[in-house]
Design a binder for this molecule. Structure first.
Ligand code: ATP
Length: 376
């Protein structure tokens, strides 16, 4: 059997002309999880997870607390070992039944929610920390260049405690990126920032990831953040990937009610299916995958319901109206529906409680799921 030298995988991602003593220059690598399982005693944190991430792709792991996002990231990093399946970087097994590569041999960069800067080191030393393989002067030069890139060269000699949250985030990013990892793993990197800062830091971070072509996995709780950052989003629930796809695919064609709920507020109305359809006040809607006589859930997006003048569409009456700035939130009693429909509309200002309105819904945009798919 041919044994690979311990460095052979790294060499595969170091471009020609780069000395092995230097940190590996970014050379996008693929990252794959094959039937990965991770048990903690009785808890199955990851259950048969398979996901292939292309070189240079940015993937967000999205899902509720405890669904296994961080565990998957830690397996990619080499901080945890899988109890089943394999993790591969550039097609080489880095964790599996026959092999385990420690984090420092994987060319991965890690960034955590709390930034984890070293309080006793200056900013430049924090950034240079990951460049131990380089001579000190060279490490400092690279660290300074990266600090300049994130706009913090003037803070090089400061200590982390004098930095704002956004600045600390930039330092953490610079520290993780300066060794030019092939794979960048980020665990809720923006959750410590206030809302105003978050938007600009997301933009900056994404620009840097694109520039370096690092294959990136970003853990987040926030669907909007995932949509903004990711080429592809993998939705997890209870240790399994429920659906993976582009933001558009997940929004337009969610495979389950659970996924649909992540991306929009929806009205959920139960109907019994017959002949592959459900009969609803907005018309007949196809109910694929719902057995004859079983309950299907009709999902109508709150923002997908139009409020028009009385006399058009389905007759309705505004039961409740709340001004929310750009939009209004209405509850409208609509003919044919037992419960009021919740509606978010730009047309809401003129709709006062008690007014008669018309309601229009695009049937082709209605979502239908088997009733059991919505369980969380
Ligand atoms: P959050 O968004 O809250 O960080 P998460 O989706 O990242 O959650 P994980 O941290 O991956 O979820 O945890 C998945 C499951 O594995 C949870 O049930 C958690 O309690 C369990 N778990 C994670 N790490 C350990 C551990 N070291 N020992 C025991 N159980 C663990």
């Amino acid at each position: 059997m041919t044994r690979r030298s311990p460095d052979s995988d790294e060499r595969a991602i170091v471009p020609e002309g780069v000395s092995p003593r230097r940190a590996a220059a970014t050379f996008a690598a693929s990252l794959s999880f094959e039937n990965v399982e991770r048990r903690y005693g009785e808890t199955l944190a990851l259950d048969n997870v398979s996901l292939s991430i292309a070189p240079g792709e940015v993937v967000c792991l999205l899902g509720p607390s405890g669904c296994g996002k961080t565990t998957l990231l830690r397996l990619a990093a080499g901080i945890e070992r899988p109890t089943g399946g394999r993790v591969l970087i550039n097609g080489q097994e880095v964790a599996g039944p026959s092999r385990f590569k420690p984090p420092e041999e994987r060319s991965v960069g890690l960034m955590f929610q709390d930034f984890a800067l070293f309080p006793h080191l200056t900013i430049i030393d924090n950034v240079a920390f990951g460049l131990k393989a380089l001579p000190k002067r060279e490490a400092e030069r690279e660290a300074r260049a990266m600090l300049t890139r994130v706009g913090l060269a003037h803070m090089s000699e400061a200590y982390p405690h004098v930095l704002s949250g956004g600045q600390q985030q930039r330092v953490a990013l610079a520290r993780a990126m300066v060794p030019r990892p092939a794979v960048m793993l980020m665990d809720e990197p923006f959750s410590g920032l206030d809302v105003q800062l978050r938007d600009s830091m997301q933009e900056e971070t994404l620009a840097l990831l694109r520039e370096t072509r690092a294959t990136s996995v970003i853990v987040t709780h926030h669907p909007e953040e995932a949509m903004r950052l990711a080429d592809r989003i993998a939705v997890l629930r209870r240790g399994r990937i429920v659906q993976a796809g582009t933001a558009e695919e997940l929004y337009d064609h969610p495979c389950e009610l659970f996924v649909a709920r992540l991306f929009s507020e929806i009205n959920e109305i139960a109907y019994r299916a017959g002949g592959g359809v459900i009969e609803t006040p907005i018309g007949r809607v196809a109910a694929p995958g719902v057995a004859e006589g079983d309950v299907a859930i009709l999902g109508l997006r709150e923002r997908g319901i139009r409020v028009v003048s009385a006399g058009q569409g389905l007759p309705g009456r505004v039961l409740h109206a709340k001004f929310l700035g750009d939009i209004a939130f209405l509850e409208v009693g609509v003919q044919g529906f037992e419960a009021p429909l919740r509606v978010r509309t730009h047309e809401g200002r003129m709709r006062l409680k008690g007014s008669e309105v018309g309601i229009e819904v695009d049937v082709s945009r209605a979502l239908v799921f088997p009733a059991a798919g919505g369980e969380v």
